[in-house]
Design a protein around this ligand. Structure first.
Ligand SMILES: Nc1ncnc2c1ncn2[C@@H]1O[C@H](COP(=O)(O)OP(=O)(O)OP(=O)(O)O)[C@@H](O)[C@H]1O
Ligand SMILES: [Mg+2]
Length: 509
C-alpha cells in the first residue's frame, strides 16, 4: 500500500493548524495504524520502546490530529476520518475552491507570518523528512551570519529544491518578502529582473536592472530563491554561462559583493564561477553541497509501504546513493513487480547505482503508448499543465477518463508531479524524456519513416501537415531550450497527425 497520499493529507492539516509536519515516530504510528498493527508491532518496527509509543507519542498524536482534522480521531477510526477528510477536499476542489494544502504555487500566500510571499512553481514539501543538520546550518548562515548569497549544490534528484522550499517555510518570520523562482525555462535575465523587481517593489516598479534589484534588497529583508540555475550554465565549460546568459554572472557577483540586508539562495547541479571565486573571499557567500540523506531515504521507503528488514532498507538506499528521486521511482517497481518485498528486489537487481538514467530508462520502457505520449507532452510544455490542456495537445484525441488514468499511473510511479489538478515532471525526468524525444525523432527521420507517413497520407488525398512546418522546426536552434521545445512540439504534432492518418487509412482499407 502506498501511504503517501494519506500522510500528505495529514501533514497538510497539521501544517495548517500547527505550522508543523509529522515527525518520524508519528509517521510510523500512522502507517502502523493504517496496517492495523498493534502498538507492540509498531514499536518493534520503528525501534522505539512500546511504552513510549503507546503511552507517550500515541495519545499526543491522536490529540493533535483530532484538532487538526476537526473531529475525534483515534487509532481505530483514523482511516475513516481520513476518508471523510479526503471527500471533503475533493468536494471543495470540484467546487473550485481548492484549499491551499501547502504554500500555494499559484500567486501569493500569507502563511503564519506577515511577509509577502510568492512561491512560483515551488514543489510541495508537505512530506519532508530529515535534513535537520543541513537546515540548521543554512538557518545559521542566513539568520546569524547574514549571508547574502548561498549556493545549494548537488546531483539531480538529491533534494535541493525540496530543501530550499522547506528552508523558506522555516524562515518565513525572518523576511518581509519571499520569492521562489525556477529557472528551468531559462528566462532571459531581463525577464527575471522584471519579475523580481515588480514583486519586491509591491508592483511599483518594473525596471529590469541589477541596480534596481539591489535597491530593493537594501530597503527590505528579502529572501530570493532561484532554482535550477544549471539550466543557464554552459554544458561544456564548467561554471560558465550559456551564450546570452552571461548577465546572470554579473547578477550573482553584485548580490555577493554589495552590501544589502537580503539573501539570494540558488540551487544548482553545478557550481557557477562567481560562487567559486567569492566564497573564499566574501564571508557572505557560501556553498552547501547536499549529499544523499539516509534518514530521509529510509523515511521515504517507510511511507511507500515497502516490506524489509532495517538492513535491507539500508542496502536499498545505499544502492541508489540515498537519492530520493531514484528511490521514489524504484519503490514503485518494488510495489508493482515484487509485491512490496525489498528482499526479492535486491536479489534480482544487480545494478549498482550509476546515475539515475538506467532507472529512468527501465521505467520509461514499461509505460504504455499513451503514458509515453503524456510524458513527451509534459516534457515539451515544461510548465505545470492542466488535464484540459493536455487533452487538447494529444493527437489522436483521447478521452478525459483515459487520460486521467494515465496521469494517475504516472503519478503513482513518481514520474510526474501533481498539484491542484495540474501536472509536470521533475527536472531530471524532464531532461531524460526530452532526450528520448530527440532520439526518437532522429531515428524516425533517419528511417525515412516520416516521409513514408507523409506519402501515405498524401496518397489518401488528405491535404496535411505541410513539410514546411517540419522544415521550420528543423531550422530552429535546437541548442536553445525554448526553441528546442518549440521544435519538438511541432515535430511531435506532425508525427502524431501522420500516425493518426495512417491508422485511419488502415481502418478504411
Ligand atoms: N527531505 C525530503 N523528504 C521527502 N522527500 C524529499 C526530500 N527531499 C527531496 N524529496 C523528494 O525527492 C524528489 C527529488 O527532490 P528535488 O526535486 O528537491 O531534487 P533536486 O535536487 O532539486 O533535483 P534537480 O537537480 O533535478 O532539480 C522530489 O520528489 C522531492 O519531493
Ligand atoms: Mg530541483
Amino acid at each position: 500500500m502506498n501511504f503517501e497520499p494519506k500522510l500528505s493529507i495529514v501533514n497538510s492539516a497539521l501544517f495548517e493548524r500547527f505550522g508543523r509536519y509529522l515527525n518520524d515516530i508519528e509517521t510510523a504510528i500512522l502507517i502502523g495504524s493504517l496496517q492495523k498493527q498493534t502498538y507492540e508491532k509498531i514499536a518493534e518496527n520503528s525501534g522505539y520502546s512500546e511504552s513510549y509509543v503507546r503511552r507517550d507519542v500515541g495519545p499526543k498524536l491522536w490529540k493533535i490530529l483530532s484538532e487538526a482534522l476537526g473531529e475525534q480521531v483515534s487509532k481505530t477510526n483514523f482511516q475513516t476520518a481520513l476518508e471523510r477528510r479526503l471527500m471533503l477536499l475533493e468536494s471543495k476542489e470540484i467546487g473550485n475552491q481548492s484549499i491551499p494544502l501547502t504554500p500555494d504555487s499559484h500567486g501569493k500566500t500569507q502563511l503564519l507570518s506577515s511577509s509577502v510571499q510568492d512561491w512560483g512553481e515551488a514543489v510541495d514539501v508537505s512530506l519532508f523528512y530529515g535534513r535537520q543538520s543541513e537546515l540548521a546550518t543554512l538557518k545559521q548562515w542566513i539568520v546569524q551570519d547574514k549571508c547574502r548569497l548561498i549556493a545549494l549544490l548537488g546531483m539531480g534528484g538529491i533534494g535541493k529544491s525540496a530543501c530550499s522550499v522547506k528552508l523558506a517555510q522555516i524562515l518565513q518570520a525572518e523576511f518581509e518578502f519571499i520569492i521562489w523562482r525556477s529557472l528551468r525555462n531559462a528566462p532571459p535575465l531581463e525577464n527575471l529582473l522584471t519579475d523580481l523587481v515588480l514583486f519586491l517593489s509591491n508592483q511599483q516598479s518594473a525596471k529590469a536592472d541589477i541596480g534596481q534589484l539591489i535597491h530593493y534588497l537594501r530597503s527590505a529583508r528579502c529572501l530570493v530563491i532561484l532554482d535550477n540555475l544549471e539550466t543557464i550554465l554552459d554544458a561544456e565549460q564548467a561554471g560558465q554561462y550559456s551564450l546570452g546568459y552571461e548577465g546572470y554572472g554579473e547578477l550573482l557577483r553584485v548580490v555577493g559583493e554589495t552590501s544589502h540586508k537580503s539573501c539570494v539562495i540558488l540551487t544548482s547541479r553545478e557550481k557557477p564561477a562567481e560562487i567559486a571565486t567569492f566564497e573564499g573571499v566574501e564571508l557572505a557567500v557560501r556553498t552547501l553541497k547536499l549529499q544523499g540523506s539516509q534518514e530521509a531515504a529510509i523515511a521515504l521507503l517507510q511511507t511507500k509501504g515497502l516490506v524489509g528488514s532495517p538492513q535491507q532498507k539500508q542496502t536499498l538506499c545505499e544502492r541508489y546513493g540515498n537519492n530520493l528521486l531514484a528511490l521514489k521511482i524504484v519503490a514503485t517497481t518494488i510495489q508493482d513487480l515484487f509485491d512490496n518485498r525489498i528482499e526479492d528486489f535486491l536479489k534480482q537487481d544487480t545494478m549498482v547505482f550509476n546515475g539515475i538514467r538506467r532507472l529512468l530508462e527501465q521505467q520509461f520502457n514499461r509505460l504504455s503508448t499513451l503514458e509515453q505520449t503524456v510524458m513527451y507532452r509534459l516534457a515539451i510544455n515544461r510548465e505545470w499543465t492542466t488535464i484540459t490542456q493536455l487533452q487538447k495537445d494529444i493527437v489522436p484525441a483521447v478521452s478525459k477518463a483515459r487520460l486521467l488514468e494515465a496521469l494517475e499511473a504516472l503519478n503513482a510511479r513518481s514520474l510526474i508531479e501533481k498539484k491542484s489538478s495540474s501536472y509536470t515532471q521533475q527536472p531530471l525526468v524532464m531532461e531524460y524524456v526530452n532526450e528520448q524525444l530527440v532520439e526518437q525523432i532522429v531515428k524516425e527521420l533517419a528511417l525515412k519513416k516520416l516521409s513514408l507517413l507523409f506519402t501515405h497520407a498524401f496518397n489518401m488525398g488528405v491535404p496535411i501537415l505541410g513539410s514546411s512546418r517540419l522544415k521550420a522546426a528543423l531550422d530552429l536552434n535546437w541548442n536553445e531550450p525554448n526553441q528546442r521545445n518549440l521544435a519538438l512540439s511541432i515535430v511531435l504534432g506532425v508525427l502524431e497527425q501522420a500516425q493518426t492518418l495512417t491508422q485511419q487509412s488502415k481502418i478504411s482499407d
